[in-house]
Design a protein around this ligand. Structure first.
Ligand SMILES: [Zn+2]
Length: 172
């Protein structure tokens, strides 16, 4: 059981492994057997030291920008779907991720306005403008857009999840 991205594994489709997630930081794990408790290398040693490990590690930077504190993370009851998972972890069906593992040749987004990163999807890709406008409409009732990714998950979880549910990623 390892954190695939941090340790340079390929995608699960290239192996015979099952894709799952660390129950604490939600990073993607590739495991050959399913065990009851699924934690990534960062969290596998102990739960109590989790916060320390979390702060210390430089890995999982994208997930950290959403969940700087495990406590905040654990407060949420997340019922994830693939887009949400991909966007929050930065792992999955996102071109910069696929490119990093040589699954695709070009990390450029189909909108042609730059690489498809998590930030690009949330804040700038014009392919998701309609869905983003809906999210913005809710947020701008109380504050200015853009808000941080951390805030999107903690304060606007429902609306942000709706955004990720509604966008279509790389269907071409
Ligand atoms: Zn784009």
């Amino acid at each position: 059981m390892r954190c695939a991205v941090d340790h340079g594994e390929g995608l699960a489709v290239r192996t015979n492994m099952t894709v799952t997630h660390c129950q604490l930081c939600y990073c993607v794990l590739y495991t050959s057997t399913l065990s009851a408790v699924l934690l990534c290398a960062v969290h596998i040693s102990s739960n109590t030291d989790g916060q320390y490990e979390w702060d210390r590690t430089t890995k999982g930077a994208t997930t950290k920008s959403f969940f700087p504190s495990i406590v905040d993370r654990m407060k949420l009851t997340i019922n994830p779907i693939p887009n949400f998972t991909a966007i929050v972890t930065g792992h999955g069906n996102i071109k910069t991720y696929l490119h990093k593992f040589n699954i695709i040749e070009n990390p450029k987004c189909s909108c042609d306005k730059g690489e498809q990163t998590v930030d690009h999807i949330i804040y700038s890709c014009n392919l998701h403008e309609q869905e983003r406008d809906r999210l913005k409409a809710v947020i701008t009732r109380s504050e200015q857009w853009p808000v941080s990714k951390n805030k999107l998950v903690l304060k606007y979880y429902k609306n942000f999840k709706q955004f990720t549910d509604n966008i279509v990623l790389n269907k071409e």
